[in-house]
Design a binder for this molecule. Structure first.
Ligand code: ADP
Length: 432
């Protein structure tokens, strides 16, 4: 292919030759005209190609334009290549951008990008939900106009972002606790990261309540015990009076022992591995043990029925299952007044699930308490629970053991008529 300069000389040479031939044939005026005509051919060609180029550029379709031949082919070809490369780069940048957005959207945390004036440049769906924002509507709005909580506005104004900020009662139904922190990036811009710490806060509150409850439960018998000790020490008591005090001290010590034992049971349940799914627990043996203990605890004051309606056995941890069952039976005895009756039954229901139920003719429980009975230290009647040697942890233990065996604890009760506590085990926890 000829270079542009060579072409230029070729055209001039052709113009001269044409002018020379015309000069010798028709004279100098025609020779000048012929020279100008030959020289103007590439100009016209260039003009036509420039016009084509303009048309394609205006139509934004340089890539599809047909290539002319010669010198212009190279110009058009390079232009097409440049446009193609640019488009490719834009596409890959767009793809990268989309990937970043997808990743930020997939984050379980809220993310908000703020410019140097704290205007929202971008936020993900979680941040929209946390703060009630709508990105399309709120883009480039100042965030302090949209989140009007004074502590947040103070946090933004103070510009001390080393510490996170806890915002409570946030979210659509004001039920969320959010931990928010701003991180500087780029030029005076900030990334707000927002984490939902509702569950952590709840767990923390529960732990604090639990410690406070345990301390309170322990302090009462210790105080009473110390009072008795001081009395015995300081007063010159007769033998039978002393024995009376020792009995009372023993019952307080017993109460502390039960509390510590229940706390240890709960701690073990939390720490131990899940119960095996292939160890068979014989219901016959279990019922016999429960019956013995129940009669000893009742001391003949209640009437009992222990019925086994199914030969199916349970798969799980024997100690845990016995502990759950005996907690229910002992509650029924402790809360049912003398001459009441307690019916204990093992059954497989129509859906093939195993049901262990304890029904009593005790005082029953008002419906507003039912959902809270399995909370640690929750009691309907505090003094009645204490009088009967309760720790307030029995049903929490039962519920825990039920969960570990994928069982449900169902409580039905009618005040004044009695209660039925049922543990319903799934099919795959049974062996016929
Ligand atoms: P406690 O050691 O106080 O018995 P539990 O966790 O076993 O603690 O029971 C929680 C509360 O549920 C009890 O304080 C009592 O008010 C109520 N409760 C449990 N079982 C019965 C029952 N069979 N009849 C009536 N109330 C019951």
């Amino acid at each position: 292919m000829l270079s542009a300069l060579t072409r230029y000389f070729v055209i001039i040479a052709v113009a001269f030759i044409a002018a020379f031939i015309v000069l010798s044939l028709w004279g100098p005026e025609w020779a000048i005209a012929a020279g100008i005509f030959v020289l103007s051919i590439p100009l016209v060609y260039a003009y036509i190609n420039l016009a084509r180029l303009r048309k394609f550029i205006l139509a934004d379709s340089v890539e599809n334009m047909p290539l002319p031949s010669g010198f212009w082919e190279e110009v058009f070809f390079r232009l097409q290549r440049l446009v193609r490369n640019l488009k490719q780069r834009i596409r890959s940048i767009e793809q990268q951008h989309d990937h970043f957005i997808e990743a930020f959207q997939a984050s379980p945390n809220g993310i908000v990008m703020l410019d140097e004036n704290d205007q929202i440049e971008w936020c993900n769906g979680i941040a929209e939900r946390f703060f009630g924002l709508i990105f399309k509507r709120d883009v480039m709005q100042r965030i302090n106009f949209l989140i009007r909580r004074p502590e947040f506005i103070q946090y933004l104004n103070r510009r001390k972002f080393e510490e996170p900020l806890l915002l409570e009662r946030m979210g659509p139904d004001s039920s969320l606790s959010l931990m928010l922190q701003a991180f500087p990036f780029g030029q005076k811009r900030h990334l707000l990261l927002i984490q939902d710490v509702t569950d952590l806060q709840k767990a923390d509150a529960m732990r604090r309540d639990f410690v406070a409850n345990v301390s309170h439960e322990m302090r009462t018998p210790i105080t009473v015990l110390m009072g008795f000790l001081e009395t015995v020490q300081s007063l010159d008591l007769k033998k039978d009076q002393q024995d009376q005090y020792f009995d009372m001290m023993m019952s307080q010590a017993q109460r502390m022992k039960s509390l510590v034992e229940d706390l240890l049971t709960l701690a073990n349940l939390e720490a131990n591995a899940l119960p095996a799914t292939n160890t068979e627990v014989k219901l016959q043996t279990l019922m016999a043990l429960l019956k013995n203990d129940a009669e000893a605890l009742s001391q003949g004051k209640h009437s009992f029925n222990f019925d086994i309606h199914s030969s199916a056995n349970l798969l799980g941890d024997e100690r845990e299952i016995l502990s759950a069952f005996s907690n229910l039976v002992s509650n029924a005895i402790r809360y049912t007044p003398d001459v009441g009756s307690v019916n204990v039954a093992w059954n497989v229901n129509d859906q093939g699930r195993g049901e262990f139920s304890v029904a009593d003719t005790g005082p029953g429980i008002a419906s507003e308490h039912l959902s809270r009975l399995t909370e640690r230290f929750y009691r309907v009647d505090r003094s009645r629970s204490r009088d009967t040697g309760g720790t307030g942890l029995g049903l929490a233990i039962v519920k825990h053991i039920a969960n570990r065996h994928q069982a449900q604890l169902i409580i039905e009760s009618t005040p004044g008529r009695g209660s039925t506590f049922t543990l319903r085990f799934p099919k795959d926890r049974l062996r016929s």
